[in-house]
Design a binder for this molecule. Sequence first.
Ligand code: ADP
Ligand code: MG
Length: 687
Amino acid sequence: MNGDTPVMEIRGVGEKTAKLFGKIGIATVGDLLAAYPRDFEIFGEPVKIEGAAAGEVCAVYAAVCGIPNEKRVRNLSILNVNITDGSGNLLLTFFNMPFLKKTLRQGGYYIFRGLVQHRGAVKLMEQPKIFSVEEYRSQENQLIPRYALTKGLTNLTVRKCVRQALSFYNFEPEFYDEKMIRANGLLSRKEALEFIHFPADHDTLAQARKRLVFDEFFSFLFLLRKNKEFSEQLPNGYRLSETENVTCLLERLPFPLTDAQKKVWKEIRDDCESQYCMNRLIQGDVGSGKTILAVLALLLAAANGYQGAFMAPTEVLAVQHYETIREYAEKYGLIFRTQLLVGSMTGKAKREAYEKIESGEVNLVIGTHALIQEKVQYRSLALVVTDEQHRFGVRQRERLAEKGQAPHILVMSATPIPRTLAIILYGDLHISIVDELPANRLPIKNCVVGTAYRPKAYQFIAKEVEQGRQAYVICPQVEAEEGEQGDLENVVEYTEKLKSALPPKIRIAYLHGKMRPADKNRIMEEYGAHEIDVLVSTTVIEVGVNVPNATVMMVENAERFGLAQLHQLRGRVGRGIHQSYCIFVSSNEKKETMERLQILNRSNDGFFIASEDLKLRGPGELFGIRQSGDFAFRIGDIYTDAALLKQASEAVDMLLQEDPKLERPEHGYLRQHLVRAAANGVDFRTI
Ligand code: ADP
Ligand code: MG
C-alpha cells in the first residue's frame, strides 16, 4: 500500500464506505493518513456529581436510583432515570433506547460519561455513554482520535481503516538528511504518521505534530523562496503615473486619508513607477481602510489607459466591492467602466463579460477566482488587487504572468501577525502596514455573558434597530454533525426563535455557507441597503464585509471559536460613526472559558489576543483548534506554531545556501518530495 492506493483496497472498505470517504475528500490511502484527527477524546478520572460543571464532558461513577421511567412522544421514546453518588443527583435522559429499562438495574453502579447540562436547579446528561468499571478503566486516559465525519461514517470505522492502512503502508524513505533531523529534533515521518493518529500520550502527540507541521512549513517556504526568485526580476511593463482623475478623487473623498493610508498610497505609487513590477502586501487590521487604497490603485491603472482586476475570496465580498466602487464612480465622476465576474452568473452573462474584457470595453473587473481563469483574456491588464490575500494561492502570480505581460500585484490582508512572521509568510512580497484606524471611530463595547442573558441581548438589539441601526447574530454551523453534541445553535432554527422573540416589525434574515451564491449575494445586498435589520449568519460574513450602519455583533456559542476569529467577527461592527457593541454568548459557563473570552475585552490587538488564547489552553486542548481559517495549512497554525515556522524558515535558508538546486545525493529524496509537493499544488494559502 502506498499513498496512491485507493481506499477500497483497505479490508472492510466496500463501495459504500469508499463513497462516504469520497464525500469528505478521501480517495486514497494517502488522503486517509493525511486526514488527521480533529481532536482526541480522553476518558478522564470520574468526578463527583457535585463538582460536575455545566458545559463540561465528564464521567461520573454513580448508582441508579429507582426504575427508569419511559415516556412516548409520537414516535420517540424518552427514558428518564436518576443517578446518585452521594455527593449529588443527576438526571439521565435517553432517546429511543427503551431497552435500557432492563439493562439499568436499580441500585446498580455504572460509569456514565456525557455532557453535563443545567436545567433550572436540575443537573442532567442526555444520551450519556454507559460503561462497567472494568470497561472504563481499560480505556482510561488513552487518547482516542476523533475524525471529521459525514453522515453514515462512524468514528470507529475511520479508526479501524487508519490502523490497517498504517500497518500495510510502504513509507517513503526519509527525505531530510541526518543533519536536518538532528538539528531540528524531528521524529521520522513514519513515527509521526503513526503517532498523530494513535499517540501513547500527550508528549508523543506533540512530537508527531511537530514533525508534520515542520514538513508542511518547510515545503511551503521552500516553494515560496523559489517563487520569489521568479517574481523579483519581472520588469515593469506598465509605468503608471498619477493623473488628474486620481488627485480629484482624493480631494473629494468625504474623509481625509489617515497618515498610515497616505504612507501606503505613496509606496504603491512609487512601485508602479519603478523599474520592477509591484509585488506588495498591504496589511492592516479590520476597519483600517484598505479598500480605498485598492480603489486608488485601480483608478491609477484606469487613468493610464489600462485594465485592473479586483479579486475577493467570496462572492458576497466581490459583489459588495462592486457596489461600493460603482457608487464611488458615480458620485465622484471616476473613469471606471466596471464589470462583475462571479461563478454564479449565467453562462450567457459570463460570455458577455469575457467579450467586454477582451475588447477593452471595461477597464475594471471585480469578482472571485473566476477573474484569473483560463477563459478570461484581458486586453491590457496592468494591475491585480486581491482582497484577503491569505485565502488565495501563492502561485496565482505565475498564472497571471502566463496571461501576457506580468501585471502589478497588490494584495491585502487583515490577518494580525507581527512583522517578523509576515516577512516569513509573505517572503515573496514587499510589505506595507496600515497601522492606524480612522480617527472618527469609537472603541467597541464588549461583554461576555451566559445564555441566560439572551432576552436582555434581544431587547438591546431591538432598541438599536429602533434607532435605525442593524445587528448581526452569529451561530457556529448550520447543522450538528453526527456525533456532535446537539447544543449548537442552528442558523435556520435560530432565526425562527429570534423572530418570535423580537417585535414583528423587525426584519430578520439568515445567511449560511450552504446557500446558493446568488441567494447569499441577494441577502447581503439587502442587508447593505438596510432592507434587513438583523442578519443571523454563520461565519461566512467573517471576511471583509462592510456595513457601517451595523452596530451590534452577537456571537452564540462564542466558546467554540478561536479568539482571533472572534476578533475578526468583532471587526464587522464599529466601522462607522455610531457606538458599536459586541455580545459574546457562551453556553459553557466554566470559569476558564469565561476568562478566555474576557481577553477580548482587554485588547484590540489581534495577535496579542491569539497568543493569550494559546497560553490559557492545556496541551491536549491545543490540538485541532485553529485561531483562524487563514493560511490553510493542513495541520500547522501560524499562531500556535510561530516558533516552528521560524525554525523551518531558517532550515530552508540553510539548505538553499548549501545546495540551492538540491543536487547533492543526500538531497535526492528531498528533491523528489518537493517536486511532488509542487505538482500536488502545495499552495497553502488556498481556501
Ligand atoms: P478594511 O481595512 O477592514 O477593509 P474598509 O476599507 O472596508 O476596511 O473601511 C472600513 C470603513 O472605513 C469604510 O466604511 C470606509 O469608507 C471607511 N474609511 C476608510 N478610510 C477612512 C478614513 N481615512 N476616515 C474615515 N473613514 C474611513
Ligand atoms: Mg476589507
